[in-house]
Ligand binder design. Sequence first.
Ligand code: GLU
Length: 513
Amino acid sequence: MSTENREVRVRFAPSPTGPLHIGGVRTALYNYLFARQNGGKMILRIEDTDSQRFVPGAEDYINEALAWLGIGIDEGVREGGPYGPYKQSERRDIYREHVKMLLDNGRAYIAFDTPAELEAKRAEIPNFQYDASTRGSLRNSLAMTPEEVQALLDSGAQYVVRFKIEPGRDVVVNDLLRGAVTIKSDILDDKVLYKSADDLPTYHLANIVDDHLMKVSHVIRGEEWLPSAPLHVLLYEAFGWADTAPEFVHLPLLLKPDGKGKLSKRDGDRLGFPVFPLEWHDPKSGETSRGYRESGYLPEAVVNFLALLGWNPGDDTEVMSVDELISKFSFAHCSRSGAKFAFDKAKWFNHTYLQAMDDKALAELFKPVLEAHGVKAADFADEYIASAVGLVKSRINFVGDLWDNARFFFVAPTEYDPKAVKKRWSEQMPATMLELVDLLEKTSDFGSAALEPEVMAWIESNGYHMGNVMNAFRLAVVGECKGPHMFDITDLIGRDETVKRIRTAVERIVPAE
Ligand code: GLU
């Protein structure tokens, strides 16, 4: 099998059975990084042959999630491409033709056994499996005469087409992460490839036929598909395509943050983090599941976080742009064991990306948050919002956190933290604050750098307690004793607003006993 000089073509092949799980997003990302690194193509194929499990809205969700994360698709249902259609339910003719190829070359056969008959066999034979040891005693085209088979087909009987697995073979799956994985063909059953009832192939047939026809060079997918790989190897062989069969990469599972086992939606609910890229409204149950986007994550941070779940760049670099990820990505540094879903790290990445963001861009993200809290963003200059954001951003993990940290730049306090009042607002404090108002009104330069030494000098020359006066000042302007540097706050909100807030506080706050 020669893959050198072969154009890199990878595919992400989700089934639209619900929202894309974060593990699926990582699979899509690794496909994307590998494709871009090699100047190859990234295909998005919708595997919707299981009509029972189809969920309306899931396909749109997949497209929207990948677009949000910047995982670009070169060929797909929306993008088009030379090997379409890219949705399996639109490829029935192709599958029918390929099922016939296997029937004609003797690698597959027709079976008429009803579900009830198979159930009876299972009850009769322990560990029953449809294979070389049992097929002779079942109702299929290998055990019946051609006339019997034809008569059943003519009568319109439902049937399936099964793959004929030859026992006694060593099947080798070459996996770029795991090396050669060998299994005995005896353990495989004669898998159903096609069902006449809905005139649709099963996953196995459709997946192999499409990978071949779409000229896929590397199948990069989750570890849960490793047990299907031997069957896929045998299918390529049965079609005579072994020479161009793709390379396999089965990525390790994402594990629960706090222990062993596969990461599930329940872990997210239990520990309070999303396991889906976007919010999802389940059309059946009406239930809503949280998404990274709606929880305030930046797509770049999610991408960076996911890239490192099962891969490292060979050193301990953590923060990497998509371009850096593309150039550094390598299967040689992918781990074979499961990756713990270290959720706190996702927050850390988000924090880090927010710090690196331009204040103006961050201000744009903050505007909807302001509006949601009843503040008209248009009442404030863009520069003002950007400065406010710049002063508090070191304290935030999410854009939404900006509200708690910067609200006082947009609305004057109406309440004052009672603990701080008790500690700092003594009976003399109103008079002291009115003296401060005097100073603030008279001073010529209200800028942070000039005002700070002036206020300090006033406190010192009067022998006031620095901590008490500064905290009372802050309490009056902010409403509580937290926030960025006091004189940066007053610089931004300006003289009039500062004075007004102190006067209001003097009127409203009832001094502590
Ligand atoms: N349709 C399968 C899924 O839902 C694709 C598995 C594969 O990549 O082969 O993940």
